[in-house]
Design a protein around this ligand. Structure first.
Ligand SMILES: [Zn+2]
Length: 300
């Protein structure tokens, strides 16, 4: 399932390719992809004729700013892909649910095998008072995250985004100490931390030398500082390599290219293989129905 680095990879291509373009027509072939709207026509009407002004990201959501102050939000779910096409003649892949055609003749296609992902147009609230922003995100002292939440109320509940919300290690410590959750559960709870999932939680916890089930409030100051520093380091490295495409997954960027970070994974999917730090075999357990990978020697 696409996590922050994959979503950021898609965002970066879209920011380069679609800002300034005008949406001419919207075609919805599977209404489940726009299920927040009463009808597909409602969704289309909100988009047709609009010019794209910005492409941002919050957690696992792509947030496309329109010239009337509304936002198109795209969540890739489990298997969603956003693909560019030079023109309408390029054959549409199977499972194409939504097509945005620009006045320039090119298209964006939303393709989703399992249709857990979705697109919707968010209308900003008329007064800020109405939006209740996540108490974790409110710890932020900078970044664009709070602004996105103010304008897109559907995303106001999201917890700390490791890049869009600036939260220092001391405030991060307060979050960890306010919870008695296992670290992996805490890191992947979108209402506490936004953007992490199964792959990067495993990789971050390995790099920070912490076990997935360590209780968050039990961490020492040194461990908290290490975890706080490791989260953006691991994610930035994954973004640099275009995200992760595992053999059983469908992630590709809008140009159809898979990620390259799977070759650099330290523990995730490497059970039985030697740990890259200590050579002991990497372990795998099923934790809360998710496969979890770790090195019992390097993580404590
Ligand atoms: Zn090890």
């Amino acid at each position: 399932m696409p996590e922050l680095p994959e979503v950021e990879t898609v965002r970066a291509v879209l920011a380069r390719e679609v800002i300034g373009k005008k949406i001419k027509l919207v075609h919805v072939t599977d209404g489940r992809a726009v299920r927040r709207h009463k009808t597909a026509k409602d969704f289309r009407t909100l988009l047709e004729g609009r010019v794209i002004k910005s492409v941002e990201r919050l957690g696992k959501n792509i947030v496309v700013g329109l010239d009337n102050g509304h936002h198109l939000v795209i969540h890739l779910g489990m298997t969603g892909q956003v693909l560019r096409a030079k023109n309408a003649k390029e054959p549409r892949p199977k499972h194409t649910h939504v097509v945005l055609s620009f006045t320039t003749g090119d298209e964006l296609r939303y393709v989703d095998q399992r249709t857990f992902g979705e697109l919707y147009v968010s209308v900003p609230p008329t007064d800020d008072q109405g939006v209740e922003i996540s108490k974790f995100a409110r710890l932020s002292i900078g970044g664009d995250g709070l602004n996105v939440r103010r304008h897109v109320p559907e995303l106001a509940h999201l917890g700390i985004d490791p890049f869009e919300d600036q939260v220092g290690w001391d405030r991060f410590a307060a979050v960890l100490r306010s919870r008695t959750l296992g670290l992996k559960t805490l890191l992947t709870d979108q209402d506490i931390m936004a953007g992490l999932g199964n792959i990067y939680a495993d990789e971050i916890l390995f790099s920070a030398g912490l076990m997935y089930d360590r209780v968050s409030e039990s961490l020492s100051t040194i461990e908290i500082r290490r975890l706080h520093r490791t989260i953006p380091e691991v994610l930035a490295e994954a973004i640099k390599h275009g995200g992760t495409t595992l053999s059983d997954e469908t992630f590709v960027n809008p140009d159809g290219e898979p990620g390259r970070y799977q070759e650099l994974l330290q523990v995730h999917t490497r059970d039985g293989q030697p740990c890259l730090q200590c050579r002991a075999p990497v372990s795998k357990v099923v934790f809360h129905q998710r496969a979890t990978y770790f090195c019992a020697k390097c993580q404590g």
